[in-house]
Design a protein. Structure first.
Ligand code: GLN
Length: 454
Protein backbone atom coordinates (compact mmCIF):
# COMPACT_ATOMS: atom_id res chain seq x y z
CA UNK A 1 0.00 0.00 0.00
CA UNK A 2 1.32 3.45 -0.87
CA UNK A 3 1.39 6.36 1.55
CA UNK A 4 -1.16 8.15 -0.61
CA UNK A 5 -3.58 5.24 -0.32
CA UNK A 6 -2.98 4.92 3.42
CA UNK A 7 -3.41 8.63 3.98
CA UNK A 8 -6.62 8.66 1.96
CA UNK A 9 -8.03 5.83 4.07
CA UNK A 10 -7.44 7.74 7.29
CA UNK A 11 -8.68 11.03 5.84
CA UNK A 12 -11.85 9.24 4.81
CA UNK A 13 -12.25 7.82 8.30
CA UNK A 14 -11.79 11.28 9.79
CA UNK A 15 -14.43 12.62 7.43
CA UNK A 16 -16.93 10.04 8.64
CA UNK A 17 -16.18 10.10 12.37
CA UNK A 18 -14.84 13.51 13.28
CA UNK A 19 -18.13 15.38 13.13
CA UNK A 20 -19.36 13.31 16.06
CA UNK A 21 -16.09 12.85 17.95
CA UNK A 22 -14.46 16.28 17.38
CA UNK A 23 -10.94 14.91 17.79
CA UNK A 24 -9.39 17.19 15.17
CA UNK A 25 -9.28 20.96 15.13
CA UNK A 26 -7.63 21.12 11.72
CA UNK A 27 -7.56 18.70 8.83
CA UNK A 28 -5.89 19.80 5.63
CA UNK A 29 -6.20 17.08 3.01
CA UNK A 30 -3.99 18.84 0.51
CA UNK A 31 -1.10 19.29 2.91
CA UNK A 32 -1.36 15.70 4.14
CA UNK A 33 -1.51 14.32 0.61
CA UNK A 34 1.49 16.43 -0.43
CA UNK A 35 3.47 14.85 2.38
CA UNK A 36 2.22 11.40 1.42
CA UNK A 37 3.32 11.97 -2.15
CA UNK A 38 6.77 13.01 -0.95
CA UNK A 39 6.90 9.91 1.27
CA UNK A 40 6.05 7.67 -1.67
CA UNK A 41 8.96 9.25 -3.56
CA UNK A 42 11.25 8.55 -0.61
CA UNK A 43 10.08 4.94 -0.60
CA UNK A 44 10.58 4.44 -4.33
CA UNK A 45 14.08 5.85 -4.06
CA UNK A 46 14.88 3.40 -1.28
CA UNK A 47 15.03 5.91 1.62
CA UNK A 48 12.69 4.02 3.90
CA UNK A 49 12.55 4.48 7.65
CA UNK A 50 10.00 2.78 9.90
CA UNK A 51 7.58 5.72 9.85
CA UNK A 52 8.00 6.72 6.21
CA UNK A 53 4.56 7.27 4.75
CA UNK A 54 2.75 6.67 8.06
CA UNK A 55 0.05 9.18 9.06
CA UNK A 56 0.50 10.65 12.56
CA UNK A 57 -2.00 12.98 14.25
CA UNK A 58 -0.25 15.93 15.86
CA UNK A 59 -1.55 17.55 19.02
CA UNK A 60 -2.41 21.17 18.31
CA UNK A 61 0.16 22.29 20.88
CA UNK A 62 3.00 21.65 18.39
CA UNK A 63 3.90 24.37 15.93
CA UNK A 64 3.88 22.98 12.41
CA UNK A 65 4.86 25.19 9.51
CA UNK A 66 1.86 26.30 7.46
CA UNK A 67 -0.64 24.68 9.84
CA UNK A 68 -3.08 26.49 12.04
CA UNK A 69 -1.73 25.91 15.58
CA UNK A 70 -4.32 26.91 18.18
CA UNK A 71 -3.36 25.11 21.41
CA UNK A 72 -7.11 24.74 21.93
CA UNK A 73 -7.49 28.49 22.52
CA UNK A 74 -9.26 31.43 20.97
CA UNK A 75 -6.02 33.29 21.69
CA UNK A 76 -4.29 31.38 18.87
CA UNK A 77 -7.37 30.87 16.69
CA UNK A 78 -5.70 32.76 13.82
CA UNK A 79 -2.12 31.57 14.33
CA UNK A 80 -0.56 29.79 11.37
CA UNK A 81 2.86 28.70 12.51
CA UNK A 82 5.81 30.01 10.50
CA UNK A 83 8.08 27.24 11.81
CA UNK A 84 8.22 23.60 12.84
CA UNK A 85 8.61 22.32 16.39
CA UNK A 86 11.62 20.02 16.70
CA UNK A 87 9.46 16.93 16.96
CA UNK A 88 7.52 17.94 13.84
CA UNK A 89 10.84 18.39 12.06
CA UNK A 90 11.90 14.93 13.20
CA UNK A 91 8.64 13.33 12.01
CA UNK A 92 9.00 15.14 8.68
CA UNK A 93 12.55 13.89 8.28
CA UNK A 94 11.36 10.36 9.01
CA UNK A 95 8.83 10.76 6.18
CA UNK A 96 5.74 10.65 8.41
CA UNK A 97 2.55 12.40 7.28
CA UNK A 98 0.71 14.95 9.44
CA UNK A 99 -2.87 13.67 9.21
CA UNK A 100 -4.28 16.63 11.18
CA UNK A 101 -3.98 18.69 14.36
CA UNK A 102 -5.82 17.29 17.34
CA UNK A 103 -8.17 18.96 19.76
CA UNK A 104 -7.07 19.55 23.34
CA UNK A 105 -7.92 21.39 26.53
CA UNK A 106 -7.07 25.07 26.23
CA UNK A 107 -3.29 25.45 26.67
CA UNK A 108 -3.30 21.83 27.92
CA UNK A 109 -5.12 22.81 31.12
CA UNK A 110 -7.72 20.20 31.88
CA UNK A 111 -8.54 16.54 32.29
CA UNK A 112 -11.67 16.18 30.17
CA UNK A 113 -11.21 18.27 27.03
CA UNK A 114 -14.09 20.43 28.16
CA UNK A 115 -11.90 23.54 28.31
CA UNK A 116 -11.16 23.53 24.56
CA UNK A 117 -12.35 26.61 22.70
CA UNK A 118 -13.24 24.22 19.86
CA UNK A 119 -15.69 22.15 21.89
CA UNK A 120 -15.17 18.90 23.74
CA UNK A 121 -13.84 15.70 22.22
CA UNK A 122 -16.03 12.64 22.74
CA UNK A 123 -14.85 9.32 24.08
CA UNK A 124 -15.22 6.85 21.20
CA UNK A 125 -16.18 4.01 23.58
CA UNK A 126 -19.17 5.97 24.83
CA UNK A 127 -19.94 9.43 23.56
CA UNK A 128 -21.53 10.50 26.84
CA UNK A 129 -18.10 10.09 28.48
CA UNK A 130 -15.13 12.44 28.37
CA UNK A 131 -12.00 11.25 26.54
CA UNK A 132 -9.73 12.64 29.26
CA UNK A 133 -7.39 15.53 28.80
CA UNK A 134 -5.58 17.48 27.87
CA UNK A 135 -4.57 15.23 24.95
CA UNK A 136 -8.13 13.92 24.48
CA UNK A 137 -8.16 14.61 20.75
CA UNK A 138 -5.03 12.54 20.19
CA UNK A 139 -6.32 9.70 22.38
CA UNK A 140 -9.69 9.70 20.63
CA UNK A 141 -8.07 9.80 17.17
CA UNK A 142 -6.02 6.70 17.94
CA UNK A 143 -8.82 4.85 19.77
CA UNK A 144 -11.29 5.48 16.94
CA UNK A 145 -8.63 4.57 14.36
CA UNK A 146 -8.71 7.97 12.71
CA UNK A 147 -4.91 7.81 12.95
CA UNK A 148 -2.57 4.91 13.66
CA UNK A 149 -0.59 7.06 16.09
CA UNK A 150 -0.55 10.51 17.63
CA UNK A 151 1.61 12.86 19.61
CA UNK A 152 0.61 14.26 22.96
CA UNK A 153 2.04 16.19 25.89
CA UNK A 154 1.95 15.51 29.59
CA UNK A 155 2.41 18.13 32.31
CA UNK A 156 0.54 16.31 35.06
CA UNK A 157 -0.99 13.33 33.29
CA UNK A 158 -2.21 14.53 29.91
CA UNK A 159 -0.76 11.64 27.91
CA UNK A 160 -1.51 8.86 30.36
CA UNK A 161 -4.95 9.87 31.65
CA UNK A 162 -6.60 10.23 28.21
CA UNK A 163 -4.77 7.09 27.01
CA UNK A 164 -6.29 5.22 29.97
CA UNK A 165 -9.78 6.61 29.47
CA UNK A 166 -9.74 5.83 25.74
CA UNK A 167 -8.20 2.35 26.07
CA UNK A 168 -4.94 2.96 24.23
CA UNK A 169 -1.23 3.14 25.14
CA UNK A 170 0.78 6.27 25.82
CA UNK A 171 4.15 7.12 27.28
CA UNK A 172 5.47 10.27 28.91
CA UNK A 173 9.24 10.06 28.63
CA UNK A 174 11.79 11.21 31.20
CA UNK A 175 11.88 15.01 31.40
CA UNK A 176 14.39 16.29 28.86
CA UNK A 177 14.33 13.31 26.53
CA UNK A 178 12.02 14.86 23.92
CA UNK A 179 12.59 18.44 22.79
CA UNK A 180 10.13 21.10 23.88
CA UNK A 181 11.17 23.51 21.14
CA UNK A 182 8.05 24.63 19.28
CA UNK A 183 5.75 23.00 21.80
CA UNK A 184 3.60 25.75 23.29
CA UNK A 185 4.68 26.05 26.92
CA UNK A 186 2.33 25.44 29.85
CA UNK A 187 4.58 24.62 32.83
CA UNK A 188 8.06 24.31 31.41
CA UNK A 189 9.63 22.31 34.23
CA UNK A 190 6.90 19.63 33.93
CA UNK A 191 5.92 19.62 30.23
CA UNK A 192 7.04 16.65 28.23
CA UNK A 193 5.94 15.33 24.84
CA UNK A 194 5.38 11.69 24.04
CA UNK A 195 3.54 9.33 21.72
CA UNK A 196 0.15 7.57 21.82
CA UNK A 197 -0.60 4.41 19.87
CA UNK A 198 -2.37 1.07 19.95
CA UNK A 199 0.60 -0.90 21.24
CA UNK A 200 3.93 -0.61 23.00
CA UNK A 201 5.60 -1.80 19.83
CA UNK A 202 4.23 1.21 17.97
CA UNK A 203 5.18 3.54 20.82
CA UNK A 204 8.78 2.33 20.54
CA UNK A 205 8.92 3.27 16.84
CA UNK A 206 7.50 6.70 17.62
CA UNK A 207 9.95 7.19 20.49
CA UNK A 208 12.80 6.43 18.10
CA UNK A 209 11.75 9.45 16.08
CA UNK A 210 10.79 11.82 18.91
CA UNK A 211 13.61 11.37 21.42
CA UNK A 212 16.95 13.05 21.05
CA UNK A 213 19.07 16.01 22.03
CA UNK A 214 18.11 19.45 20.75
CA UNK A 215 20.36 22.47 21.25
CA UNK A 216 17.28 24.73 20.94
CA UNK A 217 15.79 23.39 24.18
CA UNK A 218 17.97 24.31 27.17
CA UNK A 219 16.59 21.41 29.24
CA UNK A 220 17.17 18.82 26.53
CA UNK A 221 19.37 15.93 27.65
CA UNK A 222 22.53 15.11 25.80
CA UNK A 223 22.56 11.32 25.69
CA UNK A 224 23.45 8.61 23.30
CA UNK A 225 20.57 7.70 20.98
CA UNK A 226 18.78 4.49 21.81
CA UNK A 227 16.67 2.01 19.92
CA UNK A 228 13.50 1.82 21.99
CA UNK A 229 12.44 -1.38 20.23
CA UNK A 230 15.53 -3.31 21.26
CA UNK A 231 14.19 -4.89 24.46
CA UNK A 232 10.59 -5.58 23.46
CA UNK A 233 10.98 -9.34 23.46
CA UNK A 234 12.98 -9.69 26.67
CA UNK A 235 11.51 -12.09 29.24
CA UNK A 236 10.35 -10.56 32.50
CA UNK A 237 11.57 -13.22 34.90
CA UNK A 238 13.94 -10.90 36.78
CA UNK A 239 11.52 -8.00 36.98
CA UNK A 240 10.70 -6.51 40.37
CA UNK A 241 7.42 -4.60 40.42
CA UNK A 242 6.87 -2.13 43.23
CA UNK A 243 3.32 -1.55 44.41
CA UNK A 244 3.01 1.63 46.48
CA UNK A 245 0.96 0.80 49.54
CA UNK A 246 -0.54 4.29 49.52
CA UNK A 247 -2.10 3.72 46.07
CA UNK A 248 -3.84 0.54 47.00
CA UNK A 249 -5.07 1.76 50.39
CA UNK A 250 -8.04 3.87 49.34
CA UNK A 251 -9.35 6.25 46.72
CA UNK A 252 -9.39 3.83 43.83
CA UNK A 253 -12.76 2.63 42.54
CA UNK A 254 -13.52 -1.04 42.87
CA UNK A 255 -13.79 -1.73 39.14
CA UNK A 256 -10.45 -0.06 38.45
CA UNK A 257 -8.81 -1.92 41.33
CA UNK A 258 -9.91 -5.30 40.03
CA UNK A 259 -8.70 -4.66 36.46
CA UNK A 260 -5.35 -3.41 37.78
CA UNK A 261 -4.98 -6.34 40.16
CA UNK A 262 -5.74 -8.78 37.35
CA UNK A 263 -3.02 -7.16 35.23
CA UNK A 264 -0.53 -7.42 38.07
CA UNK A 265 -1.43 -11.10 38.51
CA UNK A 266 -0.64 -11.51 34.83
CA UNK A 267 2.84 -10.06 35.41
CA UNK A 268 3.35 -12.46 38.25
CA UNK A 269 2.62 -15.28 35.80
CA UNK A 270 5.19 -13.83 33.43
CA UNK A 271 7.77 -14.26 36.18
CA UNK A 272 7.84 -10.87 37.89
CA UNK A 273 8.23 -10.48 41.64
CA UNK A 274 6.01 -8.10 43.58
CA UNK A 275 7.41 -5.88 46.32
CA UNK A 276 5.58 -3.39 48.47
CA UNK A 277 7.04 0.11 48.33
CA UNK A 278 6.06 3.36 49.95
CA UNK A 279 5.60 6.81 48.43
CA UNK A 280 4.58 8.73 51.56
CA UNK A 281 4.61 12.19 49.99
CA UNK A 282 2.67 11.36 46.83
CA UNK A 283 -0.51 12.57 48.46
CA UNK A 284 0.98 16.05 48.28
CA UNK A 285 1.50 15.92 44.54
CA UNK A 286 -1.85 17.47 43.57
CA UNK A 287 -1.49 20.50 45.88
CA UNK A 288 2.17 20.91 44.88
CA UNK A 289 1.34 20.57 41.20
CA UNK A 290 -1.43 23.16 41.48
CA UNK A 291 0.96 25.70 42.92
CA UNK A 292 3.89 25.08 40.58
CA UNK A 293 2.06 24.48 37.29
CA UNK A 294 -0.04 27.68 37.53
CA UNK A 295 3.03 29.66 38.66
CA UNK A 296 4.92 28.64 35.54
CA UNK A 297 1.81 29.05 33.39
CA UNK A 298 1.24 32.61 34.57
CA UNK A 299 4.72 33.47 33.38
CA UNK A 300 4.59 31.49 30.13
CA UNK A 301 1.21 32.88 29.12
CA UNK A 302 2.29 36.50 29.56
CA UNK A 303 3.51 36.40 25.95
CA UNK A 304 -0.07 36.39 24.67
CA UNK A 305 -0.54 40.12 24.65
CA UNK A 306 -2.23 40.74 21.31
CA UNK A 307 0.85 42.46 19.94
CA UNK A 308 3.11 39.84 18.46
CA UNK A 309 0.78 37.14 17.22
CA UNK A 310 -2.58 35.55 17.84
CA UNK A 311 -5.86 37.14 18.79
CA UNK A 312 -6.25 40.89 19.36
CA UNK A 313 -9.40 42.49 20.72
CA UNK A 314 -11.10 44.35 17.85
CA UNK A 315 -11.83 47.50 19.88
CA UNK A 316 -9.76 49.25 22.53
CA UNK A 317 -8.82 52.74 23.68
CA UNK A 318 -5.08 52.53 24.40
CA UNK A 319 -2.28 49.97 24.76
CA UNK A 320 -3.18 48.87 28.27
CA UNK A 321 -6.83 48.54 27.36
CA UNK A 322 -5.79 46.47 24.35
CA UNK A 323 -3.84 44.05 26.58
CA UNK A 324 -6.72 43.76 29.00
CA UNK A 325 -9.44 43.22 26.42
CA UNK A 326 -7.31 40.83 24.38
CA UNK A 327 -6.58 38.63 27.38
CA UNK A 328 -10.12 38.90 28.77
CA UNK A 329 -11.59 37.79 25.45
CA UNK A 330 -8.85 35.44 24.28
CA UNK A 331 -8.50 33.18 27.33
CA UNK A 332 -11.13 30.82 28.71
CA UNK A 333 -12.17 30.47 32.36
CA UNK A 334 -9.78 27.68 33.36
CA UNK A 335 -6.77 29.46 31.85
CA UNK A 336 -7.71 32.64 33.70
CA UNK A 337 -8.06 30.68 36.94
CA UNK A 338 -4.54 29.29 36.52
CA UNK A 339 -3.05 32.70 35.69
CA UNK A 340 -4.67 34.18 38.80
CA UNK A 341 -3.47 31.34 41.06
CA UNK A 342 -0.01 31.47 39.54
CA UNK A 343 0.33 35.22 39.90
CA UNK A 344 -0.86 34.97 43.50
CA UNK A 345 1.57 32.24 44.59
CA UNK A 346 4.46 34.13 43.01
CA UNK A 347 3.59 37.51 44.44
CA UNK A 348 5.57 39.24 47.16
CA UNK A 349 4.46 38.04 50.57
CA UNK A 350 3.02 34.76 49.29
CA UNK A 351 6.03 33.43 47.41
CA UNK A 352 7.64 31.87 50.51
CA UNK A 353 4.41 30.40 51.79
CA UNK A 354 3.34 28.77 48.52
CA UNK A 355 5.85 28.66 45.70
CA UNK A 356 8.98 28.02 47.76
CA UNK A 357 7.18 25.54 50.00
CA UNK A 358 5.91 23.66 46.95
CA UNK A 359 9.43 23.51 45.50
CA UNK A 360 10.66 21.89 48.72
CA UNK A 361 7.86 19.35 48.68
CA UNK A 362 8.60 18.63 45.04
CA UNK A 363 12.03 17.48 46.14
CA UNK A 364 10.55 15.21 48.82
CA UNK A 365 8.15 13.67 46.28
CA UNK A 366 11.09 12.94 43.95
CA UNK A 367 13.12 11.48 46.83
CA UNK A 368 10.32 9.02 47.59
CA UNK A 369 10.74 7.56 44.12
CA UNK A 370 14.51 7.38 44.45
CA UNK A 371 14.05 5.37 47.64
CA UNK A 372 11.41 3.12 46.10
CA UNK A 373 13.57 2.35 43.07
CA UNK A 374 16.19 0.85 45.39
CA UNK A 375 13.76 -2.01 45.91
CA UNK A 376 12.13 -2.38 42.51
CA UNK A 377 12.60 -1.79 38.77
CA UNK A 378 9.21 -0.30 38.02
CA UNK A 379 6.23 0.92 39.97
CA UNK A 380 2.71 -0.04 38.99
CA UNK A 381 -0.72 1.19 39.89
CA UNK A 382 -3.86 2.52 38.26
CA UNK A 383 -3.46 5.44 35.84
CA UNK A 384 -6.66 7.04 37.08
CA UNK A 385 -8.83 6.45 40.17
CA UNK A 386 -11.94 5.83 38.03
CA UNK A 387 -12.98 5.14 34.45
CA UNK A 388 -14.04 7.98 32.12
CA UNK A 389 -16.65 10.22 33.71
CA UNK A 390 -19.62 11.83 31.97
CA UNK A 391 -19.56 15.29 30.43
CA UNK A 392 -20.42 17.99 32.96
CA UNK A 393 -19.81 15.69 35.92
CA UNK A 394 -16.76 17.57 37.14
CA UNK A 395 -16.80 20.76 35.13
CA UNK A 396 -18.22 22.90 37.95
CA UNK A 397 -15.80 21.58 40.53
CA UNK A 398 -12.15 22.25 39.68
CA UNK A 399 -10.85 20.27 42.68
CA UNK A 400 -12.70 17.13 41.57
CA UNK A 401 -11.31 17.62 38.08
CA UNK A 402 -7.77 18.12 39.43
CA UNK A 403 -7.97 14.80 41.30
CA UNK A 404 -8.05 12.97 37.95
CA UNK A 405 -4.26 13.25 37.96
CA UNK A 406 -3.71 11.97 41.47
CA UNK A 407 -1.62 9.02 40.31
CA UNK A 408 0.16 10.69 37.41
CA UNK A 409 1.29 14.17 38.52
CA UNK A 410 3.97 12.95 40.96
CA UNK A 411 5.98 11.52 38.06
CA UNK A 412 6.05 14.92 36.34
CA UNK A 413 7.19 16.56 39.57
CA UNK A 414 9.99 13.98 39.79
CA UNK A 415 10.75 14.12 36.04
CA UNK A 416 10.29 10.35 35.78
CA UNK A 417 8.89 8.46 32.79
CA UNK A 418 5.37 7.06 33.05
CA UNK A 419 3.11 5.13 30.75
CA UNK A 420 -0.42 3.84 30.59
CA UNK A 421 -1.52 0.63 28.90
CA UNK A 422 -5.05 -0.73 28.49
CA UNK A 423 -5.87 -3.59 30.87
CA UNK A 424 -9.55 -4.20 30.39
CA UNK A 425 -12.81 -2.51 31.25
CA UNK A 426 -14.51 -1.22 34.34
CA UNK A 427 -17.88 0.34 35.13
CA UNK A 428 -20.17 0.92 32.15
CA UNK A 429 -17.68 -1.03 30.04
CA UNK A 430 -15.28 1.91 29.96
CA UNK A 431 -11.52 1.25 29.61
CA UNK A 432 -9.06 0.97 32.52
CA UNK A 433 -5.37 1.88 32.27
CA UNK A 434 -2.42 0.38 34.12
CA UNK A 435 0.19 2.96 35.11
CA UNK A 436 3.84 1.93 34.81
CA UNK A 437 6.46 4.28 36.23
CA UNK A 438 10.08 3.59 35.40
CA UNK A 439 13.32 4.97 36.69
CA UNK A 440 14.98 7.82 34.75
CA UNK A 441 15.64 6.94 31.08
CA UNK A 442 14.23 3.42 31.39
CA UNK A 443 11.75 3.86 28.56
CA UNK A 444 13.04 0.80 26.68
CA UNK A 445 12.45 -1.35 29.75
CA UNK A 446 8.95 0.06 30.26
CA UNK A 447 8.07 -0.62 26.63
CA UNK A 448 9.36 -4.17 27.07
CA UNK A 449 7.13 -4.65 30.11
CA UNK A 450 4.11 -3.24 28.28
CA UNK A 451 4.79 -5.34 25.20
CA UNK A 452 5.02 -8.56 27.18
CA UNK A 453 1.56 -7.98 28.64
CA UNK A 454 -0.02 -7.33 25.27
N1 GLN B 1 -4.99 17.78 34.21
C1 GLN B 1 -3.79 18.49 34.54
C2 GLN B 1 -4.01 19.97 34.41
O1 GLN B 1 -5.10 20.35 34.16
C3 GLN B 1 -2.66 18.04 33.68
C4 GLN B 1 -2.69 18.60 32.31
C5 GLN B 1 -1.51 18.19 31.49
O2 GLN B 1 -0.82 17.24 31.79
N2 GLN B 1 -1.27 18.98 30.46
O3 GLN B 1 -3.14 20.76 34.56
Amino acid sequence: ISSIELTEIFLERIKTLNKDLNAFITVNEEMSLDQARAADKMISSGQVQPLTGIPVAQKDIFCAKGWLTTCGSKMLSNFVSPYDATIIERFNQAGAVIIGKTNMDEFAMGSSNETSYYGPVKNPWDISAVPGGSSGGSACAVAARMAPAATATDTGGSIRQPAALCGISGIKPTYGLVSRYGMIAFASSLDQAGPMAKSAEDLALLMNVMAGFDARDSTSMQRQTEDYSRDLEKPLDRLRIGLPKEYFAKGMNHDVASAVEAAIAEYRKLGATIVEVSLPNTKLSIPVYYVLAPAEASSNLSRFDGVRYGYRAPQYSDLEDMYKKTRAQGFGAEVKRRILIGTYVLSHGYYDAYYLQAQKLRRLIANDFTEAFKQCDVIMGPTTPAVAFDFGEKSDDPIQMYLSDIYTSATNLAGLPGMSIPVGFGDKNRPVGLHIVGNYFREAQMLNIAHQYQ
